[in-house]
Design a protein around this ligand. Structure first.
Ligand code: EPU
Length: 336
């Protein structure tokens, strides 16, 4: 294991933000991770965890120690004829893991195809798409508590993880736990979720399988979301805001086309992409950064933008949405 100094993280975050880590190391197993935690403690260095870098906004310099989690491994344990548990290293690529489960004949994760990032990052923001969230299939995670004297990994069960829409125990207690592996339980015959218009429309008449749903999801994402290798981005930059019924009715009176989804009797989710689009931001760009022209919820880094450029644009969008609709947008990626 090599500890390095002053490492440029530009190629390690999908926003392609230039950011220099004072200390950096990639870890491939739990022992190496424990060693890094002890080293940073001994030297009074703040510890920052980097996974796939697809949901972070990095500052120009990072004081302390950036540990890049590259723990590999995928173990499949059959539970019954039709059910299996998959225990996956935090450093595995999420999409490749999803494809592996589908190729083994298990369904459940097809709607979460092509989400960038690592397996270990997935529970942090409770990744979700097309009506499925990782919380629906994850049974437990193995973690190290960085604040504890005992650095032995231990298990946290799904019901301890405080999952909510794009939120979890890990987001609420930033920098306390490091996820080392994730366990999901999948079934060969779980019902496919194809209700989402964008997916249903792409499935056509052919036989519906988890693999065909996965293909439809991949096509849907490719048609709207910019490819990070061409247009650096961090996926949705804002959460879809939650409002009560009274607020929704007031908005509908003024903006009859506002897009909303019922969560429960008095709770509705608004499509932030629509709000931003209707406020005129879609396709906006300045010298460095902009708003994606096919999905207004995504901010993109066109030309060597730094965190201040991205966050400056995000602030302008937030102010304009608050002004126009009286709705407060919340930034979704982790801002270091
Ligand atoms: N819309 C617009 N204009 C836009 C963007 C969206 O009118 O510029 C409308 C769409 O036409 C649609 C509605 O808003 O009627 C919702 O749009 P979309 O289906 O694209 O989904 P979203 O709510 O914008 C969420 C997730 C995505 C996930 C999709 C699909 C969040 C913050 N984002 O986006 O997740 O892929 O649903 O389920 O919840 C991510 O988190 O990085 C991400 C991409």
């Amino acid at each position: 294991m090599r500890y390095e100094k002053n490492i440029d993280l530009t190629s390690l975050n999908t926003m392609n933000i230039r950011s220099i880590a004072e200390h950096y190391c990639q870890v491939c197993d739990v022992n190496q991770l424990v060693e890094v935690i002890k080293f940073s403690r001994k030297n009074h260095l703040d510890l920052h965890v980097l996974g796939g870098g697809s949901n972070v906004i990095l500052p120009p310099t990072i004081d302390g120690f950036v540990v890049h989690i590259a723990i590999p491994g995928c173990e499949m344990v059959t539970v019954t004829d039709s059910m299996a548990d998959f225990v996956v290293g935090a450093g595995e690529n999420w999409h490749e893991f999803v494809q592996f489960t589908l190729n083994q004949g298990y369904s459940g994760l097809e709607n979460l195809s092509l989400i960038p990032g690592t397996v270990g990052a997935a529970p942090v923001q409770n990744i979700g798409a097309y009506g499925v969230e990782i919380k629906d299939l994850l049974t437990e995670v193995s973690v190290i508590d960085v604040t504890s004297d005992d650095l032995t990994p231990f298990i946290l069960k799904n019901n301890q993880l405080e999952f909510e829409y794009r939120n979890s125990l890990f987001k609420k207690n930033a920098r306390r736990y490091i996820i080392t592996s994730v366990k999901v339980r999948l079934n060969k015959h779980s019902p496919l979720k194809t209700g989402y218009g964008d997916i249903a429309g792409r499935l056509g008449e052919s036989e519906m399988t988890a693999l065909s749903v996965s293909h439809a999801v991949i096509e849907a994402r490719k048609s709207k979301l910019p490819d990070v290798s061409e247009t650096p981005n961090a996926g949705s930059f804002f959460k879809n805001p939650i409002v009560n019924r009274e607020k929704l009715l007031a908005l509908q009176a003024e903006f009859p086309n506002v897009i909303s989804y019922k969560v429960d009797e008095d709770t509705y989710k608004l499509a932030a992409g629509w709000l931003i689009q209707e406020a005129g931001w879609k396709g906006y760009r300045d010298e460095r950064v902009g708003v994606h022209d096919k999905q207004a919820l995504v901010l993109v880094n066109h030309n060597q933008g730094r965190s201040e450029d991205i966050l400056g644009l995000a602030e302008q969008v937030k102010v304009s949405i608050l002004d126009k609709y009286g709705v407060a947008l919340e930034v979704e990626p982790v801002v270091l």
